[in-house]
Design a protein. Structure first.
Lengths: 202, 210
């Protein structure tokens, strides 16, 4: 239990998927202009990550990993090179399914997330989390916790960035630096503050 | 012959400088930041992305009349993913050390917005040869930023260039220290921010002249 808790804290703060591994930057820059939309996208990312990470775990360890097909008498086959194309297909299909389920059962949630759900399919944070999950040999439970933790970390980062950008709108930024430039520098300062968490040992 | 060459030159300049994918269109910065601690990884990553973008643009463009528009994204992703798998296998076979250092970031070329962005914005509306040149141009523009950032981070962060120490010991003896910050994540953000500032100011000067 304690291990899982420390994995969660680690993926939210110390190894923040956005500020330490730079994943999901494109939507981070594009959608962080407004706090409400940033929050909506953040929840959508947590939701999708918590589902895709364990589903990809099952597919990788049940079909693709070296020796995974031994139940079918094909123990020598190593399909792990297919992981990229499989993961991206799984993510795209799951995002589509999640979109339809939310539309059916919670139209209110769909109305607030609707626009962002399709965009998530090409968010590198989602694919990156699945690939990290394979590379670090997580167990099934760990993959759920890691997915949820990465999503939470991403959401904290994008919501705080949206709040900071709202303040920057009133600041006197040099002309050439305005927009993308100042956003990157703010992200750098945020990454520095998140690095302070690495002193925590659980 | 000159008339035939000029549109390619135009596409190249547009991709590398005027509409640089990282600095101007704000595409594909995820990986631009992550692989720039050292020059060698940045160069390999830039090369890999240039080839993937060029060939995916060419293939998608040659199939553009065959792909139904409502499933085009998934068709494009399948083409890109296949190319990335080939690249990854080649890297593993010939540059094993660098491929280990790049870890998951070769795989993330699939979701790199530059590749899909060029496919959507250029390849679907132009012929295969133009698309190929456009892919090369955007890939080189991306590599240019990547290599500049990597050069600065390696020089300031570990005092090396391509793994060879370039700062003489005399400088260290007189009290100079490597900036540990540059090797860590925040250094990448700061350098990209400052480079964008530099580029924006330079384009401003060009516009004033013309």
């Amino acid at each position: 239990m304690g291990d899982l808790f420390s994995l969660f804290i680690n993926s939210v703060f110390i190894g923040n998927i956005l500020l330490a591994y730079f994943l999901g930057m494109c939507s981070f820059i594009a959608v962080s202009k407004n706090i409400e939309t940033a929050t909506g996208l953040g929840f959508a990312v947590i939701f999708v990550l918590t589902i895709t990470s364990p589903v990809n775990w099952i597919i990788y360890h049940g079909l693709l990993a070296p020796g995974a097909l031994s139940w079918a008498g094909l123990a020598d086959i190593d399909l792990s090179f297919l992981k990229y194309i499989t993961f991206i297909a799984v993510i795209a299909a799951l995002v589509q399914a999640v979109e339809m389920i939310i539309d059916k059962y919670s139209p209110v949630l769909y109305a607030s997330l609707g626009v962002f759900l399709p965009l998530i399919a090409v968010n590198c944070a989602i694919l990156g989390t699945s690939l990290f999950m394979v590379e670090r040999n997580y167990t099934f439970i760990e993959s759920v916790v890691f997915g949820a933790g990465s999503g939470t970390g991403w959401m904290i980062a994008i919501v705080s960035m949206a709040a900071i950008r709202k303040k920057i709108a009133y600041a006197d930024v040099p002309k050439g630096l305005n927009g993308f430039g100042i956003t990157m520098i703010v992200a750098g300062l945020m990454a520095m503050t998140f690095m302070m968490f690495s002193g925590i040992t659980l | 012959m000159n008339n035939d060459a000029s549109p390619y030159k135009e596409i190249l300049i547009k991709g590398i400088w005027n509409e640089n994918p990282v600095a101007y269109q704000v595409l594909g910065i995820c990986s631009a930041l992550a692989v720039t601690v050292k020059m060698s990884t940045a160069i390999v990553m830039g090369l890999a992305l240039t080839l993937v973008t060029a060939f995916s643009s060419m293939i998608i463009s040659s199939m553009r009349k065959k792909i139904p528009s409502n499933i085009r994204i998934i068709a494009e992703l399948a083409i890109i993913a296949s190319l990335v798998i080939i690249t990854d296998e080649i890297l593993k076979a010939f540059f094993y050390d660098i491929s280990k250092q790049l870890s998951i970031f070769v795989g993330l070329i699939i979701t790199n917005c530059i590749v899909l962005g060029r496919a959507e914005a250029f390849a679907l509306a132009n012929n295969p040869v133009d698309s190929f040149v456009d892919g090369i141009a955007n890939g080189l523009g991306y590599s240019l930023i990547l290599i500049t950032v990597a050069f600065l981070r390696e020089l300031l962060g570990s005092g090396q260039c391509m793994g060879i120490p370039v700062i003489p010991n005399v400088v260290y003896d007189s009290g100079y220290q490597n900036m540990g910050l540059m090797v860590l994540a925040p250094g990448a953000f700061f350098i990209i921010g400052l480079l964008v500032w530099l580029k924006n100011s330079l384009s401003g000067i060009n516009q004033n002249k013309s």
